[in-house]
Design a protein around this ligand. Structure first.
Ligand code: ATP
Ligand code: MG
Length: 251
């Protein structure tokens, strides 16, 4: 049995996530830089204690309410998100009765096919009928050049509330400029995506989406109670305060 499959290992969860990425890489679902992005995320996850911090829990609830109240919510999926949290994303889309759209930064026909067929398999295995978009891009996100501007008119283009985990900063900005409510999930509170999103959840994507699914029917706070800068600062504070006296011996 390899490490990733051994729940007795103290870093089981982290190893499991890496293992999911290894499998996805072998299936051609990931860009070469995917593991670098994951490594940056892992480092921040260590710094927040690999747990959902209070400010992220609140942002998650506000984001869920926005998604539930949206006219056209859409969940945007890239390679890492499908590999790590594909099942949870489909479960959330099913509860919201909304489509998911594969929307990748380094778009190649091979990667799109690999991701779409992986999602199809998950949909079937889970017994869900979630609409999976991305195969037929017929629209563009204004302000972006090349393949990363491509999207579907009945998906991302017409969405009013869009969930974009691990999004590129540029594209996040372009989506906000279209007037959408853009919900970012990103472990790095300093990334451009975190800063430019409308609502940012500083948390690990799999943890966050599982919590949205579990708390789907709970009481949710209103959007007007969310303050963006305070949320990002709270994440930074939790990193800084968590480090204080970390290795100081008690006198
Ligand atoms: P930008 O400033 O343009 O937003 P970036 O730092 O986001 O750049 P990317 O290569 O897009 O650069 O990095 C991916 C982002 O996703 C990183 O900020 C990283 O912290 C975050 N990330 C990686 N893995 C996860 C994960 N499992 N859950 C949540 N966030 C993650
Ligand atoms: Mg980013």
């Amino acid at each position: 049995m390899d490490h990733a499959a051994d729940p007795s290992h103290p870093r089981y969860r982290s190893l499991l996530m890496r293992h999911r990425l290894e499998i996805a890489a072998k299936k051609g679902m990931l860009a070469d830089s995917a593991l670098i992005a994951h490594g940056r995320g892992e480092a921040y996850d260590y710094l927040i204690g690999e747990q959902t911090i209070e400010s992220a829990d609140f942002a998650t609830k506000v984001a869920l309410r926005c998604l539930k109240e949206a006219k056209h919510p859409v969940l945007s999926l890239n390679g890492n998100v499908v590999a790590l949290a594909g099942d949870e994303m489909l479960q959330l889309a099913d509860l919201l009765d909304c489509p998911v759209e594969v929307n990748i930064f380094y778009r190649t026909p091979e990667r799109m096919t690999a991701l779409l067929s992986d999602l199809d398999e998950r949909n079937k295995r889970l017994g869900l009928g979630v609409e999976i978009l991305g195969a037929n891009p017929d629209a563009e996100i204004p302000g972006l050049k090349g393949p990363r501007a491509k999207c579907e008119s009945k998906g991302i283009l017409q969405s009013d509330v869009l969930l974009v985990p691990l999004e590129d900063g540029d594209r996040c900005q372009a989506l906000v400029a279209m007037g959408k409510t853009v919900i970012v999930i990103d472990l790095n509170p300093l990334s451009r995506s975190s800063q430019t999103g409308t609502i940012t959840i500083v948390n690990e994507v799999t943890r966050c989406i599982a919590e949205m699914v579990d708390g789907f029917d709970s009481d949710l706070p209103s959007r007007s109670d969310y303050v963006h800068e305070e949320t990002l600062q709270a994440a930074l504070d939790s990193i800084i305060n968590g480090m204080k006296d970390r290795f100081k011996t008690v006198e």
